[in-house]
Design a protein around this ligand. Structure first.
Ligand code: MN
Length: 232
């Protein structure tokens, strides 16, 4: 007799560069408005005092290279290219100086967004879940261990749609860098191995439609790709 009344969901896990083992994904934290030029294009004056967050369920994970159908309930489906930090050790109330010790590695991520629903929620002072936390919305490349590449704090972050450059910035322009985000987030959560942090997107966000191919890169880490197919 099974313990569960229906099959339990499988553990969601991402590939790791140079290793056979997978990285089991726990929580997905996302930083909002972490590049000044993106905050500006969203019509918001940036708050440099402290980062803010929203979350996505681990079940929203989709590997780089996937094809995804244009999602339901939106007519303004956006890409957001992001550096992602993957947590490999517990961290609670860590200082900025020690924050990076808990980082397992880094990846390229796409924080796919139903922008119309996000902005409607923002307008009505409601949560962003419908705009952000939806199926196949957390695209992720393989995770590159920090042992191999260190902890990048500068370098290009770019995104192209059908070969045309849409986002082009530099990690050095993050308002709150990875260490600062972990130091802050760990005041509120016991960060655990498996947690992911999408660190925010630079300016140049925009819509995609069925048939589009998105390709993003972060210098020194790798690339991420997604192809959009017609709505179901
Ligand atoms: Mn984002």
């Amino acid at each position: 007799m099974s313990k569960y009344v229906f099959p339990a969901p499988e553990v969601v896990a991402a590939p790791i560069k140079g290793e056979d083992g997978l990285f089991p994904i726990g929580r997905i934290f996302c930083v909002g408005r972490n590049y000044e030029a993106h905050a500006k294009e969203m019509g918001v004056v940036v708050d440099r005092e402290a980062p803010f967050y929203f979350t996505k369920a681990s079940s929203t994970y989709i590997p780089s290279g996937a094809k995804v159908a244009y999602p339901p309930g939106t007519s303004n489906y956006h890409y957001e290219m992001e550096l992602v930090a993957a947590i490999g050790k517990p961290a609670f109330r860590v200082s900025k100086e020690k924050a990076l010790e808990c980082v397992f590695g880094y990846a390229c991520g796409l924080d796919m967004t139903r922008r119309d629903l996000q902005l409607a929620a923002r307008e009505q002072r409601r949560p962003w879940d419908l705009g952000k936390d939806f199926e196949e919305s957390a695209v992720l490349s393989e995770i590159v261990p920090a042992d191999a590449i260190g902890h990048p704090t500068k370098g290009a972050i770019e995104l192209r749609v059908n070969g045309e450059v849409k986002q082009s910035s530099d990690l050095s322009l993050l308002i709150h860098d990875v260490a600062a985000v972990i130091a802050h987030l760990s005041q509120f959560y016991h960060l655990q191995p498996g947690d992911l942090i999408y660190t925010g997107t630079p300016e140049g966000v925009g819509p995609v439609v069925a048939g589009d191919r998105i390709e993003g890169l972060v210098a020194g880490i790798g690339s991420v790709a997604l192809t959009i197919t017609p709505a179901e």
